[in-house]
Design a binder for this molecule. Structure first.
Ligand code: AR6
Length: 178
């Protein structure tokens, strides 16, 4: 389904973050070492291969709430933006740290002149954030930050299950249409 925030298109789809060929930058739910992991980081590093490790090694480690950008070897996108989300209940305060991830990723994409960016639901897997709470943080950050963007015109959330997509649809609709 399609929503808008300050004239920017916001899409919520069910799918795999490594299969978004019409998007300039995909976001990785990274670990601090920017290495292969489970979930999103596993899928991205598996698809990208060792060329990605060569790029990320000198940029690591990063701290919670931070993001760095690399190229996207062997993927259909121009860039990967690696975000380290907060571990729920450990990296506190969790909500502003998670909001910082989204904000920095949007800034990096915008500074690079990119038109489109696709996010997974950062911190909602291994890092334990409740999905609804994370969706509220993501949608509020979009609402707060989308007015400052110069080049980004399209944002997509790629949710792994249809239940997660429906939950995001409900939360984003209520925040963006309030
Ligand atoms: N495409 C889209 N979403 C996915 C995919 C995929 N291919 N795979 C999983 N998800 P997670 P985190 C969903 O654990 O919580 C890693 O091991 C998943 O269902 O990838 O930020 C890293 O190495 C969940 O809703 O990220 C870190 O150590 C969401 O993406 C740590 O986990 C995020 O799940 C990061 O944990």
């Amino acid at each position: 389904m399609g929503l808008q925030a300050n004239g920017i298109e916001v899409e919520l789809v069910q799918g795999d973050i490594t299969d978004q060929p019409d998007i300039d930058a995909i976001v990785n739910a990274a670990n601090a070492e920017l290495r292969m992991g489970g979930g999103v980081a596993g899928a991205i590093h598996r698809a990208a291969g060792s060329e990605l490790d060569d790029e990320t090694r000198p940029l690591a480690p990063i701290s919670p709430g931070k993001a760095v950008m690399t190229s996207a070897p062997n993927l259909p996108n121009r860039h990967i933006i690696h975000c380290l989300g907060p571990v729920f209940g450990v990296d506190e305060p969790g909500s502003p740290i998670l909001a910082g991830c989204y904000q920095r990723a949007l800034e990096l994409a915008d500074d690079a002149g990119l038109e489109s960016i696709a996010f997974p639901a950062i911190s909602t897997g291994a890092f334990g954030f409740p999905m609804e709470h994370a969706a509220e943080v993501a949608s509020r950050t979009v609402l707060a930050r989308s007015g400052n963007l110069q080049s980004v015109r399209r944002m997509r959330w790629v949710l792994f299950s249809d239940d997660d997509r429906m939950l995001h649809e409900r939360v984003f609709e209520s925040v963006l249409n309030a």
